[in-house]
Design a binder for this molecule. Structure first.
Ligand SMILES: [Zn+2]
Length: 197
């Protein structure tokens, strides 16, 4: 019996005739979920070979398998997208951390008119501290080394007051300092403590 629900005229949907199974009484697509699947198949095979082939031919089963693997594939794609989003977020956070990292250039007065310059934070920008210490030593013809500061963090100590020159080198992206953002430079001056060493 036809239902009398009115459909919008513009949507010409072809009528779908649902065929019910004579054995389990489910629509044919659902026989496999019933408890008489084998009998359902046999009966359909006898009654309607075309319909049987539509659901159970080699080709139909192949198609079905294809759609299953498509589902699996779409799940895989979703998982991959999620993983990629996660990695992107991580890279983003790393970049933010990097951009927030300060390069502290400190002018330290050791004695009257005797200074050392310490540089901390370059490693956050992928700078090899030992190599850049060498670069400073060569450039300023002075001693430069990598040491641990009182906080236990690596820093470069260059003999002499070269802080302004190092700031300039970073601004110009000289040699190994290429890519270190000048916005991240913090200049500090440490006066000799009275009665100190
Ligand atoms: Zn059935």
């Amino acid at each position: 019996m036809a239902t009398t629900i009115e459909e919008p005229i513009s949507q010409a949907i072809p009528p779908i005739s649902v065929r019910y199974c004579a054995v389990c009484s489910f629509p044919l697509e659902y026989c496999e979920f019933g408890s008489s699947f084998t009998k359902c198949k046999e009966t359909l095979h006898e009654e309607d070979e075309d319909l049987y082939n539509k659901y159970y031919s080699e080709e139909a089963l192949q198609k079905k398998l294809g759609s299953i693997s498509l589902e699996a594939q779409s799940k895989l794609e979703k998982d991959t997208a999620a993983k990629e989003a996660k990695a992107e977020k991580k890279a983003d956070a790393a970049l933010k951390k990097k951009m927030a990292s300060q390069v502290t250039i400190k002018r330290i007065e050791r004695n009257k008119r005797k200074f050392v310059t310490s540089i901390h934070g370059l490693e956050a920008f992928g700078v090899d501290l030992k190599k850049v210490a060498k670069q400073f030593a060569t450039k300023f013809a002075t001693g430069a080394s990598v040491t641990k500061n009182p906080q236990g963090l690596d820093e470069i100590v260059v003999q002499g007051d070269v802080s302004a020159d190092i700031v300039e080198m970073i601004e110009d992206g000289v040699g190994l300092l290429k890519g270190v953002p000048k916005e991240n430079i913090v200049e500090v001056e440490e006066k000799k403590k009275k009665g100190g060493d």
